[in-house]
Design a binder for this molecule. Structure first.
Ligand SMILES: [Zn+2]
Length: 68
């Protein structure tokens, strides 16, 4: 299990990126919305989409969930 967060700020393409704790591309702490612990990025992104419909996995730490 790992902790996941979603960036409160959208990227230039409108996506809110989901990161696994420890990723070097994590946003500043003020811009992190905690998603809790998940076994993989899939349930983390699903949870993030309840807040941000455009949530998407980070290309580096959540490549399996990175779509755009
Ligand atoms: Zn990441």
């Amino acid at each position: 299990m790992a902790c996941y967060i979603v960036n409160k700020n959208a990227q230039s393409n409108g996506d809110h990126e989901v990161h696994k704790e420890g990723c070097s591309y994590m946003p500043d702490i003020d811009n992190q919305l905690p998603l809790g612990e998940h076994a993989s990025c899939n349930p983390a992104v699903t949870k993030a989409k309840k807040t941000y419909a455009t949530a998407d996995g980070c290309a580096y730490c959540c490549s399996a969930c990175h779509n755009s």
